[in-house]
Ligand binder design. Structure first.
Ligand code: ATP
Length: 237
C-alpha cells in the first residue's frame, strides 16, 4: 500500500526553482531514502511535504488524503511527523519536556506516559538525562531527542532529515540501528541522507535528486549498482 505520493511537485524560493516537477512514492512499511548532493533539494522536499514551505504546483497525498493544502500543525494528528535537519530541540527545556512537546496534539495522558517510557527504552541515555536541559546534551543525544520527540507523535510516517549530520561514526551506526528498529516496529521512514552507503544499506528503495530534479528512482540495489551513482555518491568508479 502506498502511504505517500508526491506528484509533479515544484517549489520556488523567489525566482529560484528548488524543485522541478518531482514525483515519487513511498510504500507503507519501508525505509525510503532521498539522496542527492548539497543543494539538490532534499530538505526542501521534506519541508514541502510537512507544509512548512509552500509549493508552486503539484500534489502531496498521505495515507489516502490530499494534504497539499492542510496546515502544517495538523499533520502529526494525521500520522506524519518531521525530525528536522539540525535537530532543533528546545535548548532551555528539559529532555522530558522536549519529548512531551512531540505529543502536543494528544490528550491520552496514560498512553503518552507509556510512549515516553518506550522512548526511554529505545534511548536509555535520554532517560538518564531526562531532567537535564536539552541544550546541554551532546550532538548525538540531541539527535536521539529529536527522533524521540518525532516518535512521541506516534507517526505512521516519520520524515528524518540527515540524522547522521555531524556525528561520530559509532554514533551514526547507533542512530541507524535505531532507525531500523523503529521501522521494524511498524513506522514507515522517509530518510534524507548524504551518507549514501549507510542509507541504502537499510532502505528498500530510494530516489536520487539532482539540482531539484529526479535523476533516478529504484530499489536500493538498483541504485547501489548503478555506475553513475557509484561514481558520484559512493566514491567508487
Ligand atoms: P543540503 O544537504 O545542503 O541541505 P538539500 O539537498 O537539502 O541540500 P535544499 O536545502 O533543499 O537542498 O536546497 C535546494 C536549493 O534551494 C538550493 O539551491 C538552495 O540554495 C536553495 N534554497 C534552500 N533554502 C532556501 C531559502 N530559504 N531561500 C532561497 N533559496 C533556498
Amino acid at each position: 500500500m502506498t502511504i505517500l505520493t508526491i506528484e509533479n511537485l515544484s517549489v520556488h524560493y523567489g525566482v529560484i526553482q528548488a524543485l522541478k516537477d518531482i514525483s515519487f512514492s513511498v510504500q507503507s512499511g519501508e525505509i525510503y531514502t532521498l539522496l542527492g548532493t548539497n543543494g539538490a533539494g532534499k530538505t526542501t522536499t521534506l519541508r514541502t511535504i510537512s507544509r512548512l514551505i509552500p509549493r508552486t504546483s503539484g500534489k502531496i497525498e498521505f495515507n489516502g488524503k490530499d494534504i497539499s493544502n492542510v496546515p502544517s500543525h495538523t499533520l502529526p494528528a494525521l500520522g506524519l511527523c518531521h525530525v528536522p535537519e539540525g535537530r532543533r530541540v528546545f535548548p532551555q527545556l528539559s529532555v522530558r519536556d522536549n519529548l512531551y512537546l512531540g505529543a502536543y496534539y494528544r490528550t491520552d495522558k496514560r498512553e503518552i506516559r507509556n510512549d515516553l517510557q518506550y522512548i526511554f527504552e529505545l534511548f536509555p541515555r535520554l532517560e538518564e538525562r531526562r531532567t537535564q536541559e536539552a541544550g546541554s546534551l551532546s550532538g548525538g543525544e540531541q539527535q536521539m531527542l529529536a527522533i524521540g520527540r518525532g516518535l512521541m507523535g506516534r507517526p505512521k510516517l516519520l520524515l528524518l532529515d540527515e540524522p547522521s549530520m555531524g556525528l561520530a561514526p559509532l554514533l551514526v551506526e547507533e542512530i541507524f540501528e535505531i532507525i531500523q528498529k523503529i521501522n521494524s516496529e511498524g513506522t514507515t521512514v522517509l530518510l534524507v541522507e548524504q551518507n549514501a552507503h549507510l542509507a541504502l544499506g537499510i532502505s528498500q528503495r530510494a530516489c536520487v535528486l539532482e539540482t531539484g530534479q529526479v535523476a533516478m528512482t529504484g530499489t536500493a540495489t538498483d541504485i547501489l549498482t548503478n555506475p553513475r551513482i557509484k561514481e558520484v555518491y559512493l566514491g567508487v568508479g
